[in-house]
Write a protein that binds this ligand. Sequence first.
Ligand SMILES: [Fe+2]
Length: 139
Amino acid sequence: MSAIPQLIAQHRGCDDWFARAEAAARAGDWDATAAAWTPFEADMEQHFTLEESQLFPAFESATGMTMGPTAVMRGEHAEMRELFIDLRAALAARDADAFVGHGETLLILMQQHNMKEENVLYPMCAQHVADFDALVARA
Ligand SMILES: [Fe+2]
């Protein structure tokens, strides 16, 4: 698989785990919420790490743009990590209102972020990063 569909598949996989966690929290099934939250957070971290430690640096060194789209994406990753803390706390407290509320904020941020990556940043990476496919395939 070439890199863009592979990265998009990672986004969709995370979205699916999140939808399961959210539905379980709404239903008051905290074991199921935890069972979906744990792989969600792990997969998100793995995806962020691939981007932050490999893809973004490759884009930045290929284009010389260090204050452009990758800086925005790094900032949004940090915002999402802050929300992970709130959601983890809501999960630990079994607070459905807090989980669903923070979850809505995270979902909107995640959707907007993924759209920017999929429609703007990944195509720019495909254009500028010479070994884009190999880099993502390795990770
Ligand atoms: Fe991403």
